[in-house]
Design a protein around this ligand. Structure first.
Ligand SMILES: Nc1nc2c(ncn2[C@@H]2O[C@H](COP(=O)(O)OP(=O)(O)OP(=O)(O)O)[C@@H](O)[C@H]2O)c(=O)[nH]1
Length: 330
């Protein structure tokens, strides 16, 4: 029922089915998880056709303004747009700052848009897993552009980068910010850097664009040794200027995204990246699952505190402790 509601339902039925499916995916009950896995497997043949776009940037850089402008532009072009979010703070506070519907007032009420806030509990890995699964639901429902948004802090950017086809980093025009991004290692993740609020400081925006463009050339794409900065059949990370507030530069931004898609499809990297992502996703979840089972194992549970204390007191080498605990798990 849920399956046909998602793939074939009229807009109202579909929206309800999507919300139900995503709630099911986010549930922690074991029986729900079984149903969710069945649903995902059934949905899989209907997925994979959307473009998955990751967007990050520090609070205040203009993500919501940009996503709203981009979303409305894409809808005008005939697309259907889903917006999902990974908010690391939600895992701590239980509340979500991202994906709040009031932030994108026009987009959120549009019938060709679907906006879902960040799942609000669990580890970052868990939250990312649920978002990735929600993305599949959106794709099965025929949304051909899926935007996954995150704030420019911590590991959440790596998570979003790991589930999207193209990763865009929003930056402010004033100098200095780009250096921070380079330091944090986020710049290497970016396929496309957007200097937003270019209307406020046009000169600074141009300066930032040039600076970042040359840093990106130095960094090499994603630290990938196979990347050749002179090969025009490969995507070269690009910097664009934009004013989300005035809607200026949105079409140019989309042109770049389309060029990325075309180029990377032609050279085989688009498909290869998705395969790599699926594989590392599988391993990440296996590792997370094993860690949880290890912690829940009765014999390990009984011994863990004591052994940890011994390691802390310098009475037992950490590696020996690990071996002993793993022995108990066996
Ligand atoms: N001048 C100008 N202001 C902008 C532009 N884009 C966004 N703003 C303003 O910047 C402020 C922050 O924008 P948001 O879109 O809420 O920023 P955000 O990054 O989504 O921030 P959070 O929603 O807190 O994560 C708002 O007051 C916007 O109106 C722009 O291109 N030019």
């Amino acid at each position: 029922m849920l399956l046909s509601g998602i793939t074939e339902g009229n807009p109202t039925v579909q929206r309800r089915a999507m919300a139900k499916a995503i709630t099911l995916l986010e549930s922690t009950r074991a029986d729900h998880r079984l149903q969710a896995d069945e649903l995902l497997t059934a949905l899989l043949p209907h997925t994979g056709r959307a473009l998955r776009l990751g967007i990050s940037g520090v609070p205040g850089v203009g993500k919501s303004t940009f996503i709203e402008a981009l979303g409305l532009y894409l809808i005008e072009q005939g697309h259907r747009v889903a917006v999902l979010a990974i908010d690391p703070s939600s895992t701590v506070s239980g509340g979500s700052i991202l994906g709040d519907k009031t932030r994108m007032e026009r987009l959120s009420v549009h019938e060709r848009a679907y906006i879902r806030p960040s799942p609000s509990s669990g580890t970052l890995g868990g939250v990312a897993e649920k978002t990735r699964e929600a993305m599949l639901v959106c794709e099965a429902a025929g949304y051909d552009i899926v935007i996954v948004e995150t704030v420019g802090v911590g590991q959440s950017e790596t998570a979003v980068h790991g589930m999207t086809d193209i990763f865009c980093l929003l930056q402010l025009p004033n100098a200095g910010d780009e250096l921070q991004a380079i330091k944090k290692g986020v710049m290497e993740l970016a396929d496309l850097v957007v200097i937003n609020k270019a209307d406020l400081e046009p000169l600074a925006a141009t300066r930032a664009q040039l600076q970042i463009q040359s840093s990106l050339r130095l960094l090499g794409h994603h630290g990938n040794p196979e990347h050749d900065p002179h090969d025009d059949r490969q995507w070269q990370p690009t910097v664009v200027q934009l004013s989300a507030l005035q809607g200026q530069g949105v079409a140019e931004f989309w042109q770049q995204v389309s060029r990325f898609r075309q180029l990377q499809t032609d050279n085989g990297r688009f498909a290869a990246k998705r395969q790599r992502q699926a594989q590392s996703w599988m391993w990440e979840r296996i590792e997370a699952g094993l860690r949880q089972r290890f912690r829940d194992h009765p014999a390990v549970k009984a011994q863990l505190d004591h052994t940890t204390e011994q390691v802390l007191q310098g009475q037992l080498p950490a590696s020996t402790a690990a071996r002993q605990l793993l022995e108990l798990f066996n």
